[in-house]
Write a protein that binds this ligand. Structure first.
Ligand code: PGA
Length: 235
């Protein structure tokens, strides 16, 4: 196990809109918990759908999104304070699936980041380019807009995740050496923890830690307890 920059690698499971039932969610969670609880030097966080969060105990938890207000007339939204109250430590913000399918704008993402920080959650901000786009240009613009008017002190608390959109859920992961170029690009701008996400499996997970990423955001592979456990143990 490698500790990059003296910091434990952070492995975040993004369950997205899965599984379909609480019974399955508990089974998956307990299966993962049994094995990863004892793994030292790795921080594991599970981000289940909101409705299962209160029912899952014994591992660190995060939300997959949050609204930008503390409470009020916002039908269907979940506030960062509510996540905090359910003992969540983290919240994913600006995932490309929300940017694309729910038209989440950089302006909204910026507000959500501020609200999450106010609630003392650690935001995991996702950035990345679509196929054919210039990664550096896109990420530069996303970071500039998403992090607008956030104080230096708060800025440091945000975890950045490089997730090339074309690599998400496709099996077409971005090779670690290539991803490292973007890692360096972001590092030149920000002194934050940086994760990689996009079709990570247990065979390749360690490569990203070896090139300097501080952790991983895992989608599909986090829905199979055995595969996710292997990722946690292999990095
Ligand atoms: P994936 O998803 O691992 O299934 O590619 C990653 C993500 O969307 O965070």
């Amino acid at each position: 196990m490698k500790i990059s920059n003296g910091v434990k690698p952070l492995i975040v499971a993004n369950w997205k809109c899965n599984p379909k039932t609480l019974t399955e969610a508990k089974e998956l969670f307990e299966g993962i918990k049994k094995e990863v609880k004892s793994v030292k030097n790795i921080e594991t966080v599970i981000c289940p759908p909101f409705v299962w969060i209160a029912k899952l105990k014994g591992l660190k938890l995060g939300g997959q999104n949050c609204y930008c207000e503390e409470c009020g007339p916002y039908t269907g939204e979940i506030s960062p304070l509510m996540l905090k109250d359910l003992k969540c430590k983290y919240v994913i913000i600006g995932h490309s699936e929300r940017r694309i399918h729910l038209n989440e704008t950089d302006e909204m993402i910026n507000k959500k980041l501020k609200a999450a920080l106010n609630a003392e959650l650690t935001p995991i901000l996702c950035v990345g380019e679509k196929k054919g786009e210039n990664a550096e240009e896109i990420i530069e613009n996303q970071l500039k807009s998403d992090l607008q008017e956030i104080s230096e002190k708060d800025l440091k608390k945000i975890i950045i995740t490089y997730e090339p959109v074309w690599a998400i859920g496709t099996g077409d992961f971005c090779e670690a050496d290539k991803a490292k170029e973007i890692l360096e690009f972001i590092k030149n701008k920000l002194n934050n923890k940086i994760l990689y996400g996009g079709s990570v499996n247990s065979e390749i997970a360690k490569n990203y830690i070896d090139v300097g990423f501080n952790g991983l955001l895992i989608g599909g592979a986090s829905l199979k307890a055995d595969e996710f456990i292997k990722i946690v143990k292999n990095v």
